[in-house]
Design a protein around this ligand. Structure first.
Ligand SMILES: NC(=O)c1ccc[n+]([C@@H]2O[C@H](COP(=O)([O-])OP(=O)(O)OC[C@H]3O[C@@H](n4cnc5c(N)ncnc54)[C@H](OP(=O)(O)O)[C@@H]3O)[C@@H](O)[C@H]2O)c1
Length: 333
């Protein structure tokens, strides 16, 4: 790359089955020129999110990503030059930069960020992952000390923070994750009380053993069969925070379950609520104050999985969907 060239990763075809490297192409184009009201950004870190795959299905809380466009994605970037009031070279911003080295974007699409060390925390614990865990668990799950909290995709970026916050709040915490190693890591390193390997084949029974008093709060990152296993084990007046449905994103057959709905919800007086973290942005400072305090006191461990090189972004997303990551996965550009 020279400083007159911008590398971009294009989504060249929308997958109908599993996402693969063949759906992407690396392309060299001219550096973008910022127009009035825009800033030229050098992308530093690209966030890898399960939602990147969901956006390929169609419009969600944002418009769909289309074939033959730069793959969309959030990133932390540094302002190189600016034709926008209030933005100067060296400023750090969060934006949907897409998978590329440089982007020219309108100032109104950029969120100013503090220049902290390490910068990666702006994507992990103080970014979407940390805020999603915080608001989904505390505002929707409303856990009380002594209650049992179960979280799926527990070793991932959102899940690993959810479980630790639930521990801070005095709950009995059970994580559901794929594989023995991840489960061991959750209990040995992150302080979860128990972890269940959903790939082991006896999820319902294992969950019953790990949460013998039933489940008061289920933080659902995956939907499908895991949601179906949790529902009948919910206690009366339990809360289910519906955060995502990763089991349905990557070419899986359409889920048929969960069965017993709405009957179970009625009889157990459950609250089941979806949420989108962007709706909580006005309250971000409250969350950041708590998150920063817990990180400083060592109660909240930050786990990041940083992969080097823009060219490795497709592989990094494909690997995330297959469960390669622990904690927040991102690419250093
Ligand atoms: N509502 C919101 O505002 C919001 C914001 C951010 C994220 N989210 C949601 O939060 C969830 C986590 O996303 P993330 O970006 O933080 O990813 P992540 O948890 O860091 O990584 C995804 C993990 O999901 C697990 N997984 C993959 N396929 C699975 C399956 N079929 N069944 C069970 N687990 C599976 C894998 O771990 P294993 O090895 O354990 O399988 C993988 O490591 C997603 O559902 C996402 O859409 C929602």
């Amino acid at each position: 790359m020279t400083n007159t060239t911008n590398r971009q990763i294009l989504l060249i075809e929308k997958p109908t089955g599993k996402l693969g490297p063949e759906h992407f192409k690396l392309s060299d184009v001219a550096m973008p020129e910022p127009k009035d009201g825009e800033a030229l950004l050098r992308v530093r870190y690209i966030s890898l999110d399960a939602a990147n795959r969901a956006w390929m299905h169609g419009a969600t809380y944002r418009s769909a990503v289309e074939a033959n466009t730069v793959m969309a994605g959030g990133g932390i970037a540094e302002v190189v030059s600016s034709k926008a009031e209030g933005l100067a070279p060296g400023d750090i911003v969060f934006a949907d930069t897409g998978w590329q080295d440089y982007a020219a974007l309108p100032a109104k699409h950029l969120t100013r960020m503090p220049r902290i060390e390490p910068l990666t925390y702006l994507l992990s614990v103080y970014g979407i992952a940390g805020l999603t865990a915080y608001f989904g668990l505390l505002d929707i799950g409303k856990p009380k000390a002594g209650e049992t909290v179960v979280v799926s995709a527990a070793a991932g970026s959102v899940g690993s923070i959810v479980g630790q916050i639930a521990k801070i709040k005095g709950c009995h915490v059970v994580g559901i994750a794929g594989g023995k190693d991840k489960c061991h890591w959750l209990t040995a390193e992150l302080g979860f009380d128990a972890a269940v390997d959903y790939k082991d084949g006896a999820l319902f029974k294992a969950l019953r053993a790990a949460a013998p008093k039933g489940i008061d709060v289920y933080f659902d990152n995956v939907g499908g069969e895991i949601l179906e296993a949790c529902l009948p084990q919910m206690n009366n007046y339990g809360r289910i925070a519906c955060c995502g449905a990763i089991s349905q994103y990557d070419g899986a057959p359409q889920a048929t379950g969960p069965r017993g709905v709405p009957g179970l919800i009625v009889v157990k007086r459950l609250v089941m609520q979806g949420f989108i973290v962007m709706d909580y942005m006005k309250e971000r400072d409250r969350a950041l104050t708590d998150l920063q305090g817990w990180v400083a006191s060592g109660q909240l461990k930050v786990q990041e999985d940083v992969i080097d090189g823009l060219e490795n972004t497709p592989k990094a997303l494909i690997g995330l969907l297959a469960g390669e990551n622990r904690g927040k996965r991102m690419v250093k550009v």
